[in-house]
Design a protein around this ligand. Structure first.
Ligand SMILES: Nc1ccn([C@@H]2O[C@H](COP(=O)(O)OP(=O)(O)OP(=O)(O)O)[C@@H](O)[C@H]2O)c(=O)n1
Ligand SMILES: C[C@](O)(CO)[C@H](O)COP(=O)(O)O
Length: 231
């Protein structure tokens, strides 16, 4: 099977999937934990592969699971699988290095956001195609935010009108993401942060509640319910 989806697509999607899932608790690498009987990674890749713009998918798997992940994804979609690194940023860099010539747009999408709709993949890609160098999906912050000190005493209430919770997929002109990773220093938690360090403007588009990140056990329970409801 050739590792290509739509040969006319202009998007490569990198899928960091090498995390341990410490906050989810014991049970193996998080991307391989089951949701409705299938690994989170399978759900994520299936939805990415259904997005018509996607040319190539590169998965960064736990180093010990690369062959197993290739076998797992073989019936799902044609994908490239590489070994991830110790930090998410290293996993993304490894995947980026494996993107073949062709796609001008690169999206980075957490395997842990397993139920992300294909439409969000397309929306982020479309915003990059429309001229933005870097695009992130965001949601408004729904809780009151407090700043607290080390003793748990409130220092103040933060104005949240300008705050946003950031999701993936995050989309970039390919050369912009490559330059940001080439210049990267200490690991950051997302790729847009690296691009911001280069002075590149990052544009926000509406995110999706269904793109929740499975991080803690409650998130997995919620995702099970959403999956059962047809998402
Ligand atoms: N070294 C790492 C760490 C994280 N990830 C991936 O980055 C995404 C977002 O990370 P997060 O949800 O924080 O996953 P974990 O690092 O596995 O979570 P935890 O911090 O609870 O261990 C996940 O798809 C995860 O597999 C990765 O590819 N390589
Ligand atoms: C990239 C990300 O999903 C944006 O919300 C997030 O930063 C990754 O999660 P982590 O817990 O910081 O690794």
């Amino acid at each position: 099977m050739t590792a290509q989806l739509n040969p006319r697509g202009d998007v490569a999607v990198l899928v960091p999937a090498a995390g341990a899932g410490v906050r989810l608790g014991p049970g193996g690498p998080k991307a391989l934990r089951l949701l409705g009987g299938e690994p989170l990674l399978v759900h994520a890749v299936r939805r990415i592969a259904a997005a018509p713009s996607v040319h190539t998918v590169v998965v960064a798997a736990p180093a010990a699971e690369v062959d197993a992940v290739r076998r797992l994804l073989d019936p799902v979609a044609p994908v490239l699988v590489v070994a991830g690194g110790a930090e998410r940023q290293a996993s993304v860099a490894n995947a980026l290095a494996a993107v073949p010539p062709g796609p001008a747009i690169v999206l980075v999408h957490d395997a842990a956001r397993a139920l992300t709709p294909s439409a969000l993949v397309e929306a982020v890609a479309a915003a990059v195609r429309a001229g933005h160098q870097a695009v992130i999906p965001v949601l408004p912050v729904v809780d009151t935010i407090k700043e607290v000190d080390a003793d748990g005493v409130v220092l103040g209430t933060v104005d949240r009108s300008a705050l946003r919770a950031v999701q993936t997929p995050q989309g970039f002109r390919r050369e912009v993401l490559a330059a940001a990773h080439a210049a990267a220093g200490d690991p950051l938690t997302d790729d847009a942060g690296l691009v911001e360090q280069q002075g590149v403007p990052v544009f926000c588009v509406p995110g999706s509640e269904y793109a929740l990140k499975v991080t803690r056990p409650f998130d997995l329970t919620l995702a099970e319910q959403l999956l059962a409801a047809g998402h």
